[in-house]
Design a protein around this ligand. Structure first.
Ligand code: ADE
Length: 243
């Protein structure tokens, strides 16, 4: 077992095992790409994250594997039924305890970096991907602990939202990205946009890298970066500075 000690928000937290994310969906194939490359693949290969995708249709008692039905009261569109969702979540909960059962929906709380930070400290989470017109509201009342939107627009289903959440959370698990510092200096950590960064050549077609970055004075470089982060935030996202 790996023990990792991390410092976050002035707390020392000990992570003893990989974070587990169970994703429940009617379109499991949509996760083949996101889970099989880049950060999410590396985290799984290193045993730092375990991501399991469950086909909701495997849990229905309907002989045609249907998981949706017409809404009571007559409205357009189909509604995800409670039976397969309850069966799937119950089967998962019989295996282990879960910290959160998340539902992806455009009317959930808007996802942001502090939420990603919080979720990255949990051990086991379930993400139910919404689909169709919506889900039987009793799912949200009785089975879900948190509802998350990735922005004020409507996607065809919650799968892409689940992939976005998984990616942003898993990259924060200690050891997943090479340089710990690089997750801490991301945009939105400390409510600031990241300062500009540059690489070689120092002069390209006369477009020059700021002299300060070539000066070798680390304290001055840190001050410059902080000022630039503040300036960019004030210009582009003043809402982040309100509090
Ligand atoms: N499902 C459809 N639109 C969504 C959104 N914006 N965020 C999360 N889940 C969604």
């Amino acid at each position: 077992m790996i023990f990792i000690y991390i410092c976050k928000a002035n707390q020392v937290i000990k992570k003893e095992r990989a974070m587990r994310i169970d994703i429940i969906t009617v379109l499991p194939e949509m996760f083949d790409g996101p889970l099989s490359c880049s950060i999410l693949k590396r985290a799984q290969d290193r045993g730092l994250a375990e991501i399991a995708v469950h086909n909701l249709r495997d849990y229905t008692t309907n002989k045609h594997r249907k998981v949706d039905d017409y809404p009571f009261g007559g409205e357009a569109g189909m509604v995800m039924q409670i039976q397969p969702v309850d069966a799937c979540i119950s089967a998962l909960k019989a295996e282990r305890d879960y910290d959160e059962v998340i539902f992806t929906s455009p009317d959930g709380e808007t996802f942001n970096q502090p939420m990603a930070n919080q979720l990255s400290l949990l051990d086991n989470i379930i993400i139910l991907c919404g689909h169709y017109k919506g889900v039987d509201f009793r799912i949200r009342e009785h089975l879900i602990t948190r509802e998350i939107s990735i922005g004020d627009y409507v996607l065809t289903g919650g799968e892409m939202a689940a992939a976005v959440i998984a990616d942003s959370v898993v990259r924060l698990i200690p050891g997943v990205i090479g340089d710990e510092q690089s997750a801490l200096s991301d945009c939105f950590q400390d409510n600031l946009l990241a300062p500009p960064i540059y690489t070689r050549p120092a002069d390209y077609k006369g477009w020059k890298v700021p002299d300060i970055l070539l000066s070798g004075h680390q304290a001055k470089i840190d001050d410059w970066r902080y000022e630039q982060a503040l300036l960019r935030t004030r210009t582009l996202r003043p809402d982040l500075l309100v509090n």
